[in-house]
Design a binder for this molecule. Structure first.
Ligand SMILES: C[S@@+](CC[C@H](N)C(=O)[O-])C[C@H]1O[C@@H](n2cnc3c(N)ncnc32)[C@H](O)[C@@H]1O
Length: 264
């Protein structure tokens, strides 16, 4: 992970950014983006802001939907993520990338028809403040689309449940709110949005396969947890070896939650 963030959120270092990019090119996350884009229902000419644009995979897909008359802007606090997004062959010159935090979006009021942010708000201490900023840059009746994980929905088979619980507790240290989705509808309404759509987006991996979301997640967890909640590097490796060793009996299930709300 990156060093201490000076802003609300989490900065990703180059290694972590590359791991996230690899994980987000798996079929599991390609399917997640298909669901997000269906909920976005972008039209030709839409002006879209992607908050926490990360490796730019969603931004690149959205660019093909809005056409040359539209606008895609991406902001992120991690230089290493923006570097990946900027060098993607499929990120056209039409996508504007900028280092910035959701706390202070560098655009005038009512600049966008749609603001999207996937897997970002769970890193924020001040979700209400972020939504105020999102609302400022949205035109009246513009839409915000958010997707976050509730880590309480995680079912991950292990032959050592006590170690699994300790590793997951240590991993939650990287998030501001590992259970954000269960309160997010309330926060959206309190921030003046009208909720128009709520959907669960599950990821299910059965039988161990390197080319899945959860296999990538294991690498990220193994890199992060040593030094957190008294987990050592050896324990983290043993945890991952155990899961991989389950082979055909491997089981992983996790829910994201998708929110669409209108700034009426
Ligand atoms: C897990 S990645 C998700 C990336 C991308 N949204 C996606 O779904 O492919 C989280 C991203 O949020 C960014 N981030 C964290 N806090 C942020 C903030 N306050 N403002 C903008 N971006 C932030 C991180 O730098 C990282 O790129």
């Amino acid at each position: 992970m990156g060093g201490e963030a000076e802003v609300d959120g989490l900065q990703f270092d180059p290694r972590m950014s590359r791991q996230v990019e690899a994980m987000y090119t798996t079929a599991d996350v390609v399917e997640q983006r298909r669901i997000v884009r269906a909920a976005l229902a972008l039209r030709s000419g839409d002006r879209v802001l992607d908050v926490g644009v990360g490796p730019g995979l969603l931004a690149a897909e959205m660019a093909t939907e809005i056409g040359p008359s539209g606008r895609i802007c991406g902001i992120d606090i991690s230089d290493s993520m923006l570097a990946i997004a900027a060098t993607r062959a499929d990120v056209g010159p039409g996508i504007e990338l900028e280092v910035a935090s959701v706390e202070r979006i560098p655009h005038p009021a009512e600049s966008f028809d749609v603001v999207v942010s996937t897997q970002v708000f769970e890193y924020l201490d001040d979700v209400g403040g972020a939504l105020d900023e999102v609302r400022r840059v949205l035109r009246p009746a513009g839409r915000v689309v958010l997707l976050d994980t509730d880590w309480g929905s995680l079912v991950w088979r292990s032959s050592d449940d006590a170690r699994m619980a300790r590793v997951l507790t240590a991993f939650e240290d990287h998030l501001a709110d590992p259970h954000l989705p269960r309160t997010l509808a309330d926060v959206l309404v309190k921030s003046g949005f009208t909720l128009t759509h709520l959907q669960v987006v599950p990821i299910l991996n059965t039988g161990y396969d390197d080319r899945t979301y959860s296999a990538g997640l294991m690498d990220i967890v193994t890199g992060f947890v040593p030094g957190h909640a008294d987990i050592t590097a050896d324990e983290a490796r043993a945890w991952a070896d155990d899961l991989r060793g389950l082979g055909a009996g491997y089981f992983f299930s996790l829910n994201r939650y998708l929110f669409v709300a209108s700034a009426l």
